[in-house]
Each structure stands twice: as structure tokens, then as C-alpha cells.
Design a protein around this ligand. Structure first.
Ligand code: CS2
Length: 486
């Protein structure tokens, strides 16, 4: 069947998939760096809902830093796209209009700079994943040895890195700086971003660095929505619902959460009218989400990869893995959280397990297994350090790290190859190559991942070695069963 393409002239026929509210075409007020599925199902929808409720020129200019594929898919659709919301009630399809422009930085760096320098842009949001921050994990400051940073410091008017773009924009905005809003899963994401951006600016010009530290707001946020990668089945589902072709729809769950530190000197959309929680300090929410949701996700991803289980719902459907996660969240992670009295840890845990079990999402474990070198520290290693400090056993948490280590060996238990997608892949491959013997010791020596104190903690080292051996001897599911009962 030859269906037409999703486009503005189709909107009248798509009323069922659009909120029944007047829509005043907004001007661009936000530049977003890192235009992936997550942004399109999260911040772009909150921002659209805020504009529907309260108006404002908060259209989004989305920037893909490297790949042209999102632009190629969305430009012929006037940046319109659909979000497929799936839960036990079925599927609802919503067409989103808040994205107004898409740029590809490697192709049109000048247009990206012009967008950042446009005084109408008052906020720059980011989902560039952990590695986009160019952080030196040992210090939390900027990694001056990162090739992108080396390049940008030599040629700051033609940036390639995230700090490079942000500073090139800000230096032309001394009178009216934009607010910079990190939406990545990093601990204290606003403060972490502020630090690398200020380090970079200071290296170019100390006065610029000082001005950024004093005058630019970097609120922290906690973002949450499970957003799998798009498949051809998703494209077919969108076409069937819309009667037109969306080249890149986004599947997601109905749950969404956004907690934002309310520091926006240049103004902001009325996100609270879209359900976002505006707070003074996001830390308790962010720690709860990173440690409980993302920590559990990564645990599941590596154990499932070893056990040849493809999706998260299938994984939590295994009684061994479900029991392990439940125990881990209850007894190992939740006690490390400092949360408001109103936050019910058991309720949060049960909601997470139910969200993971959503069979319509088909969230691939290998998607979560990506970038482990960047994800383990904020998701699991902090929890482990806290538990050790308080004198508790860390067997289950160490099992998660051991599963990642065995994942690096590159074969599942059935012998299927496991692809390693990680900015440190070359080094990790080399460390894993000699095999399971000595693996724990070799990997613990990687200072960018394991802080010296943790790597030297003999309780941790011994527990990790035991977990690694158990995985090798008994396999992921049998080991999970034993560890759930410890
Ligand atoms: C996941 C997250 O891919 C991953 O590493 O753990 O993307 C997770 O789905 C989101 O943080 C949920 O908000």
C-alpha cells in the first residue's frame, strides 16, 4: 500500500492523535543537543504539553551531533513525528509538534552556532549520554586528553565536543546567557556539566570561565521514561494507526517523570503544568532513580546477555532474575537512599518491576548493556561503596559487576557472540582477551571505572571474584537464584 508521508497537511485528518487544544505555532526557544528517541518521548512531549497549557515560544531546534539519520527521517515530515505509548491498556499514538527544526552538527556547524547564539533561545537541553560530557572520571573535571577537547581548544570557533559547542554559544551571549539543562543519567548532572563547561572555558579564557561559573545556570534534573530503540514493527504500527508514513516513530511506556531544579533566569516553559515537579534540590530523586531503576536495569542487562535473554520483560519474567532484583532493590539499594518521608521505597520498587515487565516495549537488554564503562559508576559503584562503608555484604551488587566482566568475554552461555558497544571498547577487549583467569584483577585496575579505594577493598575484591566464578560455574540464572536467597 502506498501511504502518504506524515506532514502538516495531514494534521486535520489526525485529530484523534493530537491533543484537542488550540496550537499556536511556536518560535524556537530551546536548542536540544543529542536528538535521540529519549528526548523525543520525554522533554519534547513535556514541552509541547506546557505550550498547550500555557503558551510560550518554546519550539525546539534538535541537534544531532554526528549522525544524519534522524534529520533524514524527520526533515521531509516538517519535523513531525509520532510517539507510540504502550501499556496494559494497549497502544495510543500521539503526533508531536514541538520539534521545529533539526540540524546535524558535523554537516552544519555554523547553523548550530547560529541557533545557540540566537537571543530567542533561552534554554539549551542535552541528552548526549555519559560519554558526551568529556569528563575525566578520576576527577570529575574535563578530560583534556579527549581528542574532541584537544581539537576544540585549538579551534574553538569550529567545535566538535559538547562543552565546545556550549561555550562557543555562551561567549556570544554575555548579555543574555541561556540556561543549560542536562537531561542525562549522571549523578548531579547539572553540576557535572557546569564543571566540564567551566573547565573548558577557563582553558580558553579565564575570565570567560569565571563568568560562566557566576552567571550561567545549570539546573540538575531527574528524567525518567523507558524509551526503546525503534524497530520496523514500530514503523508499521505507526502507519496503521495514522494512515500515513512516519519514518521514525518512537515507542515508549505511559509512565513519565521529570524533576527539575527551578533555576531558569531566562525563563522556562510551564513544565509544571505538564506534570513536571519543580524543586529546589533534585538530589534525592536523582539518586533514587539512578540507583534503583538504572542500577537494576544494568544488572538485568548483563545477566540476561549471558543467559541469552533478549528483552527486559522476558528477563524479569524469569523467577530467578525477578527475585534477585527485588532483593537487591529492597535490601542493598533502597537503604542507601536519602529520600523525603513521602517517598515510599517499596512502592517505587514494585512500580519499577511492573514497568520492566511491560511486554509491549520489547526493550532490548543489549541496548542497556551499551557503554557499561560509563554507566557502572553512577548506577552501581556508588551504592557498593556506601554499603561497604556501612559494613554490609555486597554480594548481589558485586554479581552485577561480575556479570558485566563476563559479558566482556564476548560470548553468551550458549556461545553466541556478544557485541561490545562502549567508548572504552578497545581497551576492555584487550583486558578481557586473556580470558576468565585474572579477569577481575585486570579490570579492577581500570581507574577510569573503579576508584582506587574500591579496587583495593579486599571484601569487595573477594566478593567479586566469588561472583565471577559462580557465573562461570553455574551460569547466570542459577547464580541469580542462589544470590537472591543469600
Ligand atoms: C537504560 C535507560 O539504556 C539504559 O541504560 O537504563 O535508558 C533507562 O531506560 C532510562 O533511564 C529510564 O528513564
Amino acid at each position: 500500500m502506498n501511504l502518504p508521508r506524515l506532514a502538516p497537511d495531514r494534521l486535520p485528518a489526525l485529530a484523534a492523535h493530537l491533543p484537542a487544544l488550540p496550537w499556536a505555532e511556536p518560535r524556537v526557544g530551546i536548542v536540544h543537543l543529542g536528538l535521540g528517541n529519549f528526548h523525543r518521548a520525554h522533554q519534547a512531549m513535556y514541552t509541547e504539553d506546557a505550550m498547550l497549557a500555557a503558551g510560550g515560544d518554546w519550539g525546539i531546534c534538535g541537534v544531532s551531533l554526528r549522525r544524519p539519520d534522524t534529520r533524514d527521517a524527520l526533515a521531509p515530515q516538517d519535523c513531525l513525528y509520532s510517539v507510540l505509548v504502550r501499556d496494559a491498556r494497549g497502544e495510543r499514538v500521539r503526533v508531536v509538534r514541538s520539534l521545529r527544526r533539526v540540524l546535524v552538527a558535523v554537516e552544519a556547524p555554523d547553523e548550530v552556532l547560529a541557533a545557540l547564539r540566537d537571543p530567542a533561545v533561552r534554554i539549551v537541553t542535552l541528552t548526549v549520554t555519559e560519554k558526551g560530557y568529556c569528563q575525566d572520571p578520576r576527577t570529575g573535571g574535563l578530560d583534556f586528553a579527549n581528542p574532541l577537547i584537544e581539537h576544540d581548544l585549538r579551534d574553538p570557533e569550529h567545535p566538535r565536543s559538547v562543552p565546545g559547542y556550549l561555550v562557543a554559544g555562551l561567549r556570544a551571549r554575555r548579555a543574555h546567557p541561556y540556561t543549560v539543562l542536562s537531561c542525562d543519567n549522571l549523578a548531579h548532572n547539572g553540576a557535572a556539566l557546569r564543571r566540564v563547561v567551566a573547565d573548558y572555558a577557563r582553558a580558553l579564557d579565564p575570565a570567560l570561565g569565571a563568568w560562566i561559573e557566576q552567571s550561567v545556570a545549570f539546573p540538575s534534573t531527574m528524567v525518567d521514561r523507558i524509551v526503546p530503540a525503534t524497530t520496523d514493527e514500530d514503523r508499521q504500527a505507526a502507519a496503521a494507526a495514522l494512515g500515513c508514513v512516519d519514518a521514525w516513530p518512537v515507542p515508549t511506556e505511559s509512565f513519565r517523570q521529570w524533576v527539575i531544579e527551578d533555576r531558569f533566569p531566562a525563563g522556562r516553559p510551564a513544565w509544571e503544568q505538564a506534570g513536571a515537579l519543580m524543586v529546589d534540590d533534585v538530589t534525592p530523586y536523582e539518586m533514587a532513580k539512578l540507583r534503583m531503576l538504572n542500577g537494576a536495569h544494568s544488572t538485568l542487562a548483563y545477566l540476561s546477555a549471558l543467559a541469552d535473554i533478549e528483552t527486559v520483560d522476558r528477563a524479569v519474567g524469569q523467577p530467578e532474575l525477578h527475585a534477585l532484583l527485588r532483593r537487591m532493590m529492597t535490601d542493598d539499594i533502597a537503604p542507601t537512599l536519602t529520600v523525603p518521608a513521602s517517598f515510599d521505597r517499596a512502592h517505587y520498587r514494585d512500580d519499577l518491576l511492573a514497568r520492566f515487565a511491560n511486554p509491549a516495549l520489547k526493550h532490548r537488554c543489549m541496548q542497556i548493556a551499551m557503554d557499561g564503562s560509563q554507566k557502572l559508576p553512577p548506577r552501581l559503584l556508588g551504592t557498593i561503596a556506601d554499603r561497604l562503608r556501612d559494613g554490609h555484604a555486597v554480594d548481589r551488587l558485586a554479581l552485577a559487576i561480575a556479570a558485566w566482566m563476563r559479558f566482556l568475554l564476548g560470548r553468551s552461555e550458549s556461545g553466541a557472540p556478544l557485541e561490545l558497544n562502549d567508548p572504552m571498547a578497545a581497551r576492555l577487549h584487550a583486558l578481557a582477551a586473556p580470558g576468565a583467569q585474572g579477569l577481575v584483577e585486570r579490570l579492577l585496575a581500570v581507574r577510569e571505572i573503579f576508584p582506587a579505594g574500591l579496587a583495593a577493598d579486599q571484601r569487595f575484591v573477594a566478593t567479586l571474584q566469588r561472583a565471577c566464578d559462580a557465573l562461570g560455574t553455574h551460569g547466570a540464572l542459577a547464580t541469580a537464584r542462589r544470590y537472591a536467597a543469600l
